[in-house]
Ligand binder design. Structure first.
Ligand code: MF3
Ligand code: CO
Ligand code: CO
Length: 268
């Protein structure tokens, strides 16, 4: 398999799938409160996607090689969970930090985006947790800012790694961004660390995600027995933000923006 370049029309379709994924996050935000179970957030998102938006939740029954079918419609990664947290009936507590990761399929095209939320509002979490969330969001946008024709994948990874490590945080190595389109995960792999100039050169029409996972402690992770949930080995907090982007002639277009998406922090 190789990297697919999307036409203008195909990117227009991905823009719709991407906006819908962002709008699921806009919709669910007010429900992320103390006492709500992540399984309830999953049900709400599922019903919104299927019943209101007329799209499909890509995670449901997703089973890449070596994985059991994913049992839910969204991923909910709480505190020291890094990614792929499986929604359950445990209530969220004031001060928890949670990543909600939404992937839609609309007319056969995927849109993939995630955000961090503080349960009970920013003041409920520690200064460290808020700083981790902010720096990880900055990492996402520094990665996006490195995207343009002629740049390399290594430019993205280097920008993210430099910012995370400058703040004393670490970059998870085992999971990365990915090409996306008619398939949920396709080539290339988009590492969140690396060296400027290394790796594949970007050309217009490429579509991929950038989704840095940044740990407050060490970079090492482990997998829980459910076969999906990834946690930090040292149980330190972890944060993640994700957008789907397209390489354009002019530079980059973020395909998963919606009215409620937090803006690029360097332009606010
Ligand atoms: N949305 C995740 C990503 O960003 C993938 C989740 S796979 C699932 O790539 F099956 F857990 F949903
Ligand atoms: Co992704
Ligand atoms: Co995702």
């Amino acid at each position: 398999m190789s990297i697919t370049q999307k036409t203008r029309e195909e990117i227009a379709s991905m823009r719709i799938a991407g906006r819908l994924a962002g709008e699921v996050l806009d919709y669910i935000e007010p429900f992320v409160r103390p006492g709500v179970a992540t399984a309830e957030l999953d049900r709400l998102c599922h019903d919104y996607m299927v019943g209101v938006q007329g799209c499909l939740p890509a995670p449901l029954n997703y089973a890449p090689p070596g994985y059991p079918p994913y049992p839910k419609s969204i991923c909910t990664s709480v505190n020291h969970q890094v990614c792929h947290g499986v929604p359950n009936e445990r209530p969220l507590k004031k001060g928890d930090i949670v990543n909600l990761d939404i992937t839609t399929i609309k007319d056969g095209w995927h849109g993939d985006t995630s955000r961090m939320f503080v349960v009970g509002g920013a003041a409920a979490a520690s200064i460290l947790a808020n700083r981790l969330i902010r720096v990880t969001h900055e990492c996402l946008w520094l990665g996006i800012a490195a995207v343009r024709p002629g740049a390399s994948l290594g430019d993205i990874g280097a920008a993210i790694q430099r910012h995370a490590e400058r703040h004393g945080f670490s970059v998870v190595r085992e999971f990365c961004g990915h090409g996306i389109g008619r398939k949920f995960h396709e080539e290339p792999q988009v590492l969140h660390y690396g060296k400027r100039g290394d790796g594949l050169q970007l050309v217009p029409g490429m579509t991929f995600t950038i989704e840095p996972m940044i740990n407050a402690g060490k970079a090492a992770v482990s997998e829980l027995p459910d076969g999906w949930t990834i946690v930090t080995k040292d149980r330190s907090l972890s944060a993640q933000w994700e957008h789907t982007v397209a390489v354009t002639e002019a530079g980059v277009e973020v395909l998963t923006l919606s009215a409620g998406a937090p803006p690029n922090p360097s332009q606010s």
